[in-house]
Design a protein around this ligand. Structure first.
Ligand SMILES: NC(=O)c1ccc[n+]([C@@H]2O[C@H](COP(=O)([O-])OP(=O)(O)OC[C@H]3O[C@@H](n4cnc5c(N)ncnc54)[C@H](O)[C@@H]3O)[C@@H](O)[C@H]2O)c1
Length: 209
């Protein structure tokens, strides 16, 4: 897989995905990219980054441009740097079969259309990068409930929630023949309206009690 961005999202995504067995073949930050089709060792890259403050100069990969990272030969591309980097020009050249939007709005609308025509599976930003928000919610509940969870418990709840939401959004999108991004927005709007209805019912019952 290829990752654009080596900040909070990109570096952690690369390290976690490497732990899950993914081979990171290209990665970049604002200064440029590095590429090695045999894989880049992310732990080693972290050391290099800490010492030099840059990905550039990492000795076990070739230097490349950000465009080369986005369009390299890989199964999964994670644009995890900033918005609007997947332009229609880039979308036409993307070889990945899956685009996992780690950044917010990395894909411009025209590029979205091109990727759909190429049957690229997009995991939309509001789903793909929602894990951080969910863990913030867990922090909040631990504080309010005066309870402390272990890292394992947090990771389990995070995995369960993200897997369940992925399946629900995917089913919703398929059922309504929508692209994943539109399905994700439609699904979230429906869920928000339902929770408003529940809060409304609760408020009426509370007032009538
Ligand atoms: N940090 C979070 O909790 C969080 C959660 C969800 C979504 N996001 C989104 O993810 C994206 C990245 O956030 P972050 O917190 O990792 O930011 P960050 O500042 O920690 O890291 C950004 C990374 O992208 C690189 N970068 C910046 N502009 C670039 C460009 N034009 N081309 C290539 N690389 C570039 C930077 O060098 C850096 O490595 C943003 O869109 C942000 O809104 C962040």
């Amino acid at each position: 897989m290829a990752v654009q961005g080596f900040g909070n999202v990109g570096s952690v995504a690369a390290a976690e995905l490497e732990n899950f067995g993914a081979k990171i073949v290209a990665i970049s930050d604002v200064t440029g990219g590095i590429i090695n089709k045999d894989g880049i060792d992310i732990k080693q890259l972290f050391k290099h980054f800490k010492e030099s403050g840059s990905l550039i100069g990492y000795p076990f990969a070739k230097q490349c441009t950000n465009e080369e990272v986005l369009t390299c030969d890989c199964d999964i591309l994670a644009p995890a740097a900033t918005q609007s980097v997947v332009t229609s020009d880039i979308a036409g050249k993307i070889k990945a079969k899956i685009v996992a939007e780690g950044a917010n709005s990395p894909t411009v609308p025209d590029a979205d259309e091109i990727l759909a025509q190429k049957n690229v599976f997009i995991i939309p930003d509001i789903l793909c990068n929602a894990g951080g928000v969910f863990v913030s919610y867990l922090e909040y509940t631990q504080e309010t409930q005066r309870e402390q969870m272990t890292l394992e418990q947090v990771n389990k709840r995070l995995n369960d929630r993200m897997n369940a939401k992925f399946e629900q959004v995917f089913e919703y999108s398929q059922g309504k023949q929508l692209k994943n991004a539109s399905g994700c927005n439609g699904y979230s709007c429906e869920q928000s309206c339902r929770s408003d209805e529940c809060i409304g019912c609760f408020a009426i019952r509370f007032m009538l009690a």
